[in-house]
Design a protein around this ligand. Structure first.
Ligand code: DGP
Length: 114
């Protein structure tokens, strides 16, 4: 999609620090990390956010979760634990309108998040 930041990262037009990729997803480091390990997993196709997911997106969402598992292994946080977050809307602080799964780890995280 034109003028979409994460579509630009997926296409390679916008540089990013890529951690992993599959045929449906790309994982790259968040520029404003909130934890020692903070990676975003995005679908290659443009999907706006988690509130617009439908059963037709099942394969891509499953692929994002499997890419997140791979990221956890690569980042060596698969045993210590990690948090997976989809932000939706203003109150959650969603700032980029292209679906992305935050993979956060490498430190103890409180619950509920602040
Ligand atoms: P969210 O708040 O859920 O919409 O998270 C969007 C995240 O995207 C935020 O943590 C910062 C990150 N981000 C914003 N712009 C860029 C960018 O140009 N490159 C990368 N790698 N991350 C970005």
């Amino acid at each position: 999609m034109e003028d979409c930041l994460f579509c630009g990262i997926v296409s390679g037009d916008i540089p990013s620090d890529i951690v992993a990729s599959s045929n449906l997803s790309v994982a790259f480091r968040d520029v404003r990390p909130g934890a020692p390990s903070h990676v975003l997993v995005v679908p290659k196709e443009h999907i706006t956010d988690a509130s617009t997911i439908s059963p037709s997106n099942g394969a891509v969402v499953a692929d994002m979760l499997m890419t997140a598992q791979e990221v956890a292994f690569i980042e060596k946080i698969h045993e210590s634990g990690y948090r997976l977050v989809f932000n939706v809307g203003e109150d959650a602080g969603n700032s980029v309108p292209h679906l992305h799964l935050h993979v956060l780890g490498g430190r103890l995280m409180g619950w509920p998040p602040g």
